[in-house]
Design a protein around this ligand. Structure first.
Ligand code: HSE
Length: 402
């Protein structure tokens, strides 16, 4: 029998206890032994929960218990989650987590610490909720060079975009609904302003390119500036509007970014709706490979946490190949100005703007829902900035194409 502890009995933490209990038989069958929750750390008490008697408010009850060999951290936030993780690894306990903030900020250090102490640090649930993506990137794609990663990585914003743009729902109602369903972060600004997706794309970029960028230092735009007119333009022209995390190498350096994109309907990411996430990995031998499933929510995310616990128990005593990446140095960051793509631009409908824009961009602008709209040829961010400055026109919307 293996004893585990849960740190944080919120949406995902209580889900992990539920998965371990409700799926006890299938886990026993797959693993050949029982996994039992011995202690749960939380600031609150849960007198009505069947797990209420396991709750402690003292982390030392877990740290100093030699019977607890695996700890599942689902507290959210950097502190004290990072500090507790570090203490557990140093004490020879393996740690699994759904906490993308800790992985994105401290993942390289914690992996190194785990290796030094002969234990493991696994984080399958930190990206894509229940979708297997970390383990496939580390193991199944190991024979490939990764060319790019494009992902719908935030369930809350995808739910909001789908409900608003496709079903005409109001922003506040949909956000409340996403919170009720347990998709949204405690502070939903992390979802709608793109930071949650930024944390996830830097984790995927680290697995793909070996360098862990700082999620606060990459280009990051959320969904709050998308307008009804943008949505109408997208609909009329065969695009879906999605918040996309993108990573690739530019001039040999790592570029990771988050921004809304117009995704052509022929791209499989265009069909990823509601709380679902989709991650399209382009690998040099395999080609494109899509990972799809529920990217947020209690049981989907908890099932990935429990899969990591099972992995640790199944490989106990053996040296498993761990993800390998290091904190990016300044020179590892690509110049965002050198990133190339096509972009949709919208301007106010003024008669003298048409010719000016056509001369500058070499494409014919069109009237769309009361605005002048054009889609540029492929050009770098720096070239586009320079042309916009030269035009002297105020840009109403600037959305990149995928
Ligand atoms: N708030 C996150 C999302 C939870 O909506 O995707 C899962 O990481």
């Amino acid at each position: 029998m293996v004893n585990v502890a849960i740190l944080g009995f919120g949406v995902v933490g209580s889900g992990a206890a539920e998965v371990l209990t409700d799926n006890r038989r299938v886990i026993e069958k797959n693993l050949g032994e029982t996994v039992t929750v011995k202690r749960i750390l939380d600031l609150r008490d849960f007198p009505d929960s069947p797990f209420g008697a396991l709750v402690t408010h003292d982390f030392n009850d877990i740290l100093n218990d030699p019977e607890i060999t695996v700890v599942a951290e689902m507290m959210g936030g950097s502190h004290p989650a990072y500090d507790f993780t570090k203490a557990c690894l140093e004490a020879g306990k393996s740690v699994v987590t759904s906490n993308k903030e800790v992985v994105a900020n401290f993942g390289a250090e914690l992996l190194e610490l785990a290796a030094k102490n002969g234990v493991r640090y696994l984080f399958e649930a930190s990206v894509g909720g229940g979708i297997p993506i970390i383990r496939p990137m580390v193991n199944d794609l190991a024979s490939n060079e990764i060319l790019s990663v494009n992902g719908i990585l935030n369930g809350t914003t995808n739910y909001i975009l789908t409900q608003m743009l496709e079903n005409g729902a109001a922003y506040d109602d949909v956000l409340k609904d996403a919170q009720k369903k347990g998709y949204a972060e405690r502070n939903p600004a992390a979802d709608v302003e793109g930071l949650d997706a930024a944390r996830k794309i830097v984790i995927l970029a680290a697995l793909a390119f070996g360098k862990l960028l700082n999620p606060n230092e990459i280009h990051c735009e959320g969904i709050t500036k998308i307008t009804t007119e943008d949505a109408e333009f997208a609909k009329d022209n065969g695009y879906a509007v999605k918040l996309i995390g993108h990573a690739e190498l530019v001039d040999g350096r790592v570029l990771a970014m988050v921004s809304p994109r117009l995704v052509p309907c022929s791209n499989p990411l265009a069909g990823v709706s509601d709380v679902f996430n989709g991650i399209l990995v382009d690998a040099n031998m395999l080609g494109e490979c899509m990972f799809y499933g529920k990217g947020a929510g209690k049981l989907p995310t908890a099932s990935a946490v429990v899969a990591d616990i099972i992995d640790i128990v199944a490989h106990r005593g053996k040296t498993e190949r761990a993800p390998k990446f290091e904190v990016a140095a300044e020179a590892d960051y690509a110049d965002f100005g050198a990133y190339k793509c096509r972009t949709m631009l919208a301007f106010a409908d003024k008669a003298d703007s048409y010719e000016k824009l056509e001369a500058l961009f070499g494409v014919t602008p069109k009237l769309s829902h009361g605005r002048i709209v054009l889609v540029t040829k492929e050009m770098t961010e720096a070239e586009l900035d320079a042309k916009l400055a030269e035009s002297g026109l105020k840009v109403l919307s600037r959305i990149r194409l995928l």
